[in-house]
Design a protein around this ligand. Structure first.
Ligand code: APR
Length: 229
C-alpha cells in the first residue's frame, strides 16, 4: 500500500471563483502583502486587515467546491494506503467536498484566534476590533491565518508524511512561497506529479506534469491513480 501526499494551492479554488494571489487579477495586485498579511500590518492598521479578511470570509458564502475538490475527496475515500491532503488555501472548499485527512498549513478563514489566551474557534461572520474572546474576554482577536513571517501549522506531521511519501501531487500552486515550495524536494522518494495551468519555478523537481485546468486534470488523474491502487 502506497503513501500518498497531495499539496493544493490557490489554483484549485480558482474555478470555484476564489481569487488566486499572483495572477494578473490576483489578490496581491490590489493589496500589498505588507499592508494586510503580516503581523506588523495587523499591529499598524488592524481595521484594514480585518476588512480584508472579512471580505474574503464573506466571499466563501458565494462559492462551492469544483470537480477537483470532489475528486480529491474520492481519492481519499478509496485510496488503500496512507493519505494526507495539505492545503495552503484558507477557504473551506476541501471540507465541503468531503475531505477529512486534511491540514490547513496557512490557517483557515472560518477560524479566529485570541492573541492572549491562544484559543481558536470557528467564526463565520465579520470580525472587528470590538469583538472579544469568549474564553478570556480580551479584545485581541485575529483571523486564524498564518501571515508572512509566521510559522505554518502542522509542519512536523507534514515533514514526516513527505519523507514517507511514495506519490506526491502538487496542484495549482506557483511554488514561490516556502516552505511549501520545497515540498517536492522533501518528497525525495516519491513519484512526483504537478498539475497546473502552466510550468512553475518548481516544475523541474517533478517527474510528471499535467498541464491544464485543475477541474479537468485532477478527476482524470484520480481515476488513473485509483485504477493502479
Ligand atoms: N487549474 C490549475 N492551476 C491553476 C488554475 C486552474 N484552474 N488557476 C490557476 N492555477 C495556477 C497558477 O498557474 C499558479 O501557478 O495556480 C497557481 C496559483 O499561484 P498563487 O496565486 O501564487 O497561489 P499559491 O501558490 O497558492 O500561493 C501560495 O502564497 O500569498 C501566499 O499564503 C498565500 O497560500 C498562499 C501562498
Amino acid at each position: 500500500m502506497k503513501n500518498l501526499v497531495v499539496l493544493t494551492g490557490a489554483g484549485i479554488s480558482a474555478e470555484s471563483g476564489v481569487q488566486t494571489f499572483r495572477a494578473a487579477d490576483g489578490l496581491w495586485e490590489d493589496h500589498r502583502i505588507e499592508d494586510v498579511a503580516t503581523p506588523e500590518a495587523f499591529r499598524r492598521n488592524p481595521e484594514l486587515v480585518h476588512r480584508f479578511y472579512n471580505a474574503r470570509r464573506a466571499k466563501l458564502r458565494d462559492v462551492k467546491p469544483n470537480d477537483a475538490h470532489l475528486a480529491l475527496a474520492r481519492l481519499e475515500k478509496d485510496w488503500l494506503g496512507a493519505f494526507l491532503l495539505i492545503t495552503q488555501n484558507v477557504d473551506d472548499l476541501h471540507e465541503r467536498a468531503g475531505s477529512h485527512q486534511l491540514v490547513h498549513m496557512h490557517g483557515e478563514l472560518l477560524k479566529i484566534f485570541c492573541e492572549v489566551c491562544e484559543k481558536r474557534q470557528k467564526h463565520a461572520d465579520d470580525l472587528g476590533l470590538g469583538d472579544s474572546c469568549p474564553n478570556c474576554h480580551s479584545k485581541r482577536m485575529r483571523p486564524d491565518i498564518v501571515w508572512f513571517g509566521e510559522m505554518p501549522y502542522h509542519m512536523e506531521m507534514i515533514y514526516d508524511a513527505l519523507a514517507k511519501a511514495d506519490v506526491f501531487i502538487s496542484i495549482g500552486t506557483s511554488g514561490l512561497v516556502y516552505p511549501a515550495a520545497g515540498f517536492s524536494k522533501l518528497a525525495s522518494r516519491a513519484h512526483r506529479i504537478e498539475v497546473n495551468l502552466q510550468g512553475t519555478s518548481v516544475s523541474p523537481s517533478f517527474h510528471e506534469h499535467r498541464l491544464g485546468r485543475a477541474s479537468e486534470e485532477v478527476p482524470s488523474l484520480v481515476t488513473e491513480l485509483l485504477q493502479k491502487n
